[in-house]
Design a protein. Structure first.
Lengths: 397, 372
């Protein structure tokens, strides 16, 4: 109906059209088309400018360099100097994701806890959480990263006199070696046991659910199911040959064998980004909890729910709905801030890209790839956040 | 109705695209015009019939592209003067060409800008820690004169770590500064020796320094002259310079020398022989303190080579220079050894030994062509 109304609106009483330059429809269309064309034209002009200048300087514009062997190594990876630039950038992206994904999980966890604690009725807990938030969110993340790297982790003992607390780990400024599990001989049999245990747990959980539905007694299905699985797994572990063995790091002179190594560069970047982002998430969580209508809490109190059940079953589910979009932004921030690792030699994507540029690879193409990769990561993350958000929203009938 | 609207869209699109195309076509010819302008400028200064030497003499100064931030090689002093090893060679060139070592206009240049400045004729000669390489000789259109400093990529370690040479550095962590080809040299040298290592690549020198200070890495690799500068400034509470050792191994060749534009051999000769004169003077034992008396007392009969070098007896090699140019260079700037000792030698902050930069008679690389 709208088009005809619009069409009618531009005719005068006698049904005559105004001339095109005063026709509001024509003006609207022309403006939009003009804007799009101007935007495209600007992009095209910028590109041709770049292309002209690169050609004038004799700098290549193709992407054939991606298949050349890199000639450099990447810290903390098996990447060999004979592998291609393409692989180098891929290793860099993996290192970026390694910080981003674990960082997001940890920041969310800490953020929720601190956010809830900020609303605690205990004065000490509340103040401590406030100080945590106010200190961390008011410091630039780059300062945090450099602080953790140089002022915290680099002051650990050197490798020759590294600390070995309990003889199960090695702590030095070259990294912390932790005891780690290694797959043993009985892995296959144990995997089968694990599958049986999971199946049994699901069956038990379903049975408890039915009991609950039939009798109204609390189902405790997590407790029952988990217990079943644990018992079965324990039996399997004791009877079958051990599926895993512990690898304990051993310090010999200046080198360490065994264990799993946590690089100081990785640790400093992860810890600072998690702390920084969790402060923002905590604020979002606090705000969202306070945004849950007071009547909801009062109703829960009236029902006699415990404070834990009030939080878990009434407040948090509703607060989560409010917090989701803003928290998603913090995830994006964290994943982009991983590029700050460039200053402490963490081999994330930008660092590897710059390494390649420093060793004679073309800068425009590599930076374009880095740009596209970060854009891709952010888009995938925001897609995930949007899907989660849509599922969380109240469905209005 | 729809076709009516579409026609407007098409008209508008055509108009706007046409406009966009016009503006960018209008801009496009400007770029080549700029290029022509640049070329015109450089052509005017470089190829206008008279060579750089004539221009320098007309102008009365040598325009010398230098570094202003590398201690020992080229730095700006508190009162705005320039000093350093490279700067002294600018002065030697001015002394040879004009007879006055102070007739130099210094142009501090960044690493990226240096060859553009040389190509465009903004400077007459580039003396700025510049490594003589094939692509610079070819693609950048530069001609390199006699090498003034044989540098090389080295590895610095903590003295107490017990590394005597690079061969002992298997399973180590090496700190590198990003943005140079240092990593490529490191990789090729270590893999050639079959040594496992991990390179920790830093973005800036300060973080790298802190990491090395706290023993994050076993070695720090860079040009030896740069490592020496770091070592000389090592904090006393960390043991001072003695706490660090620069290994003798050299991972790459970095011959540093003055560069001029391709195509002016007369000027190239001047620059080349100004450098050679300082080395030759050291070989002859001619210093800034004895050059005047030697010039007055040397007998062409008994010491013909020295006499030719000092321009006694009217010997002119045909370099387009004053026959006594070597006297001007040595008396005003000094011989190679004096320049070295004054700026980067053992008694300076950098504390570099002569090493490769000793005279050939002392087992070094400095081998001046005979002056005859």
């Amino acid at each position: 109906m709208q088009p005809t109304e619009q069409a009618a609106s531009v005719r005068d009483a006698d049904g005559h059209r105004p001339p095109p330059w005063r026709d509001v429809r024509v003006i609207r269309v022309a403006l939009q088309v003009g804007f799009v064309a101007a935007a495209l034209g600007t992009i095209w002009w910028l590109y041709s400018n770049l292309a002209n200048n690169l050609a004038r300087l004799g700098i290549r514009r193709d992407f054939a360099f991606l298949d050349q062997s890199a000639g450099f190594t990447i810290f903390g990876s098996d990447f060999s100097a004979t592998s291609s630039i393409r692989v180098a950038l891929w290793v860099g992206l993996q290192n970026t994701l390694r910080v981003a994904l674990l960082g997001i999980a940890l920041a969310l966890l800490i953020g929720i806890v601190v956010g809830v604690l900020r609303l605690s009725s205990n004065w000490l807990v509340k103040r401590t959480a406030s100080i945590y938030v106010e200190v961390l969110r008011n410091v630039p993340p780059l300062v945090l990263i450099i602080f953790f790297y140089l002022a915290v982790l680099q002051t650990l003992p050197g490798i020759s006199d590294a600390a070995t607390p309990g003889d199960v780990m090695v702590v030095s400024n070259r990294g912390v070696w932790l005891p780690w599990v290694e797959l043993g001989t009985g892995t296959g049999a144990f995997a089968a046991t694990a599958a049986v245990a999971v199946l049994a747990a699901m069956l038990v959980a379903a049975w408890r659910r039915r009991v609950h539905d039939a009798t109204g007694r609390p189902h405790h299905r997590v407790l029952w199911g988990g217990g079943t699985a644990l018992v079965l797994l324990g039996l399997g572990y004791l009877t079958l040959s051990p599926p895993i063995s512990m690898s304990i790091p051993l310090l010999e002179g200046r080198s360490v064998t065994g264990g799993a190594l946590l690089f100081p560069e990785y640790a400093a970047l992860l810890v600072s980004l998690v702390l920084y982002t969790s402060a923002f998430i905590a604020e979002i969580v606090r705000g969202s909890i306070q945004a849950v209508p007071k009547g909801q809490v009062e109703a829960a109190q009236a029902l006699g729910l415990s404070s834990w059940d009030r939080l878990r079953r009434v407040v948090l589910p509703q607060a989560l709905r409010i917090a989701a979009p803003a928290t998603g932004n913090e995830f994006l921030n964290l994943s982009k801030n991983v590029s700050l690792g460039v200053v402490i030699a963490y081999p994330e994507l930008l660092r590897v890209g710059r390494q390649a540029i420093g060793n004679g690879q073309p800068a425009p193409q590599i930076l374009l790839i880095v740009l596209a990769a970060y854009l891709g990561v952010s888009l995938v993350l925001s897609l995930g956040v949007n899907i989660a958000n849509r599922r969380l929203q109240l469905v209005e009938h | 109705m729809v076709s009516w609207r579409r026609s407007y869209i098409m008209v508008a699109a055509a108009l706007t695209l046409g406009l966009a195309a016009c503006t960018s076509e209008g801009d496009a010819p400007e770029d080549p015009a700029d290029v022509v302008d640049d070329d015109g400028d450089s052509a005017a200064s470089a190829d206008s019939g008279e060579g750089v030497l004539d221009q320098v003499r007309d102008r009365g100064t040598v325009v010398c592209g230098v570094n202003d931030a590398v201690p020992g090689f080229g730095v700006t002093t508190a009162d705005g003067d320039f000093e350093g090893f490279d700067v002294d060679f600018c002065r030697a060139i001015a002394a040879a060409a004009l007879g006055d070592a102070e007739a130099v206009d210094y142009v501090p240049l960044t690493a990226e800008a240096r060859f553009t400045a040389l190509q465009s004729g903004e400077i007459d000669v580039l003396v700025r820690n510049t490594t003589w390489t094939a692509t610079r000789d070819g693609g950048e259109g530069a001609s390199f004169a006699m090498t003034t400093f044989y540098d090389g990529q080295g590895v610095m370690v903590r003295s107490d770590a017990g590394f005597g040479s690079v061969d002992e550095m298997g399973d180590t962590v090496i700190c590198v500064l990003s943005g140079t080809t240092t990593e490529l040299n490191l990789e090729s040298q270590f893999s050639a020796r079959g040594l496992a290592y991990e390179a920790l690549t830093f973005e800036d020198n300060d973080t790298l320094r802190e990491a090395f200070l706290s023993d994050r890495c076993d070695g720090w690799t860079s040009d030896k002259s740069q490592l020496a500068a770091v070592r000389s400034a090592w904090p006393e509470d960390e043991g001072g310079p003695a706490a660090l050792t620069i290994l003798d191994d050299t991972l790459s060749k970095e011959p540093l020398g003055p560069a001029v534009r391709d195509g002016d051999t007369a000027w190239f000769d001047v620059v080349n022989w100004a450098v050679i004169a300082t080395i030759q003077a050291e070989e002859f034992g001619v210093t800034s303190s004895n050059v005047e008396s030697l010039a007055g007392s040397t007998d062409p009969e008994t010491e013909p080579e020295l006499a030719r070098f000092l321009g006694i007896g009217g010997f002119d090699a045909g370099l387009g220079l004053d026959p006594e140019f070597a006297v001007d260079v040595v008396s005003q700037v000094g011989n190679y050894g004096e320049i070295f000792d004054r700026n980067i030698g053992p008694d300076t902050g950098l504390g570099l030994e002569r090493g490769e930069n000793a005279l050939w008679t002392d087992g070094g690389q400095l081998y001046p062509p005979p002056y005859r």
